[in-house]
Ligand binder design. Sequence first.
Ligand SMILES: Nc1ncnc2c1ncn2[C@@H]1O[C@H](COP(=O)(O)OP(=O)(O)OP(=O)(O)O)[C@@H](O)[C@H]1O
Ligand SMILES: [Mg+2]
Length: 244
Amino acid sequence: MTTTRRQSVELVRFDQVGLMYPGGQPVLHGLSHSFYVGSFTFITGISGAGKTSLLKLMYREAQSTEGTVRVFGKDVAKLSRAELPQFRQRIGIVFQDCRLLSHLTVLDNVALALKITGADVKSSRVYAKELLEWVGLGQHLMDYPAILSDGQKQRVAVARAVIGRPLILLADEPTGNLDYESGYRLLRLFEELNKIGTTVVVATHNKNLISEFSYPELELYQGRLISRGREALKVYSNASQKQY
Ligand SMILES: Nc1ncnc2c1ncn2[C@@H]1O[C@H](COP(=O)(O)OP(=O)(O)OP(=O)(O)O)[C@@H](O)[C@H]1O
Ligand SMILES: [Mg+2]
């Protein structure tokens, strides 16, 4: 066991997880894996392999039908309805389709995500502006989503996902609608976030893009996560380590 692994702290732990939607085939089966604090992981796999489902289990949009999913040290099956909003505040999610609110400006889309956590309007807007400048949208604060390009919308979605300073960022096909250059820049933003401590999990089909990065790739195959031969993965691949 390496020193790195001994000192690692699990943020998310899957133990023998199975998932089967009502009336469907098993999607995940016997899946065990830990995502450690500060890690950056790509999840790949063919369409229908279960990438979105895996992410949904982490923010309890879906629930496992076998095994346990622990996030921040807690079995997510045991979270009460009242605990869910606070639980999800610590998770940033970038959806493939962005899900921006069309009647709000770019600035307000991002500020709202902080305001609903109880922050005051003024400081929410100040911080939203800072983040939008960071993602290169300082010139678009007062624009409405409809006039933005797909890449710009994705960057708004990233700013919105991280404004609450989440412990973990989950991104589902964030580069799906983007050209290579825009996708690359988006992943670089994720890398910057990871460097300041955010744990990042990106589900993607885009093998060419991820080959530009040295982070571990796990492929969902027949319901389980399989290492795709990157040396760094060894640090993350053993689910039997210590608790969060
Ligand atoms: N809400 C649901 N109800 C029933 N079946 C579902 C539901 N969501 C997903 N599935 C099924 O689960 C399987 C995995 O779907 P999922 O969306 O997780 O795959 P994916 O790897 O994200 O695919 P893609 O690359 O196309 O986004 C598919 O067979 C899908 O039809
Ligand atoms: Mg998907």
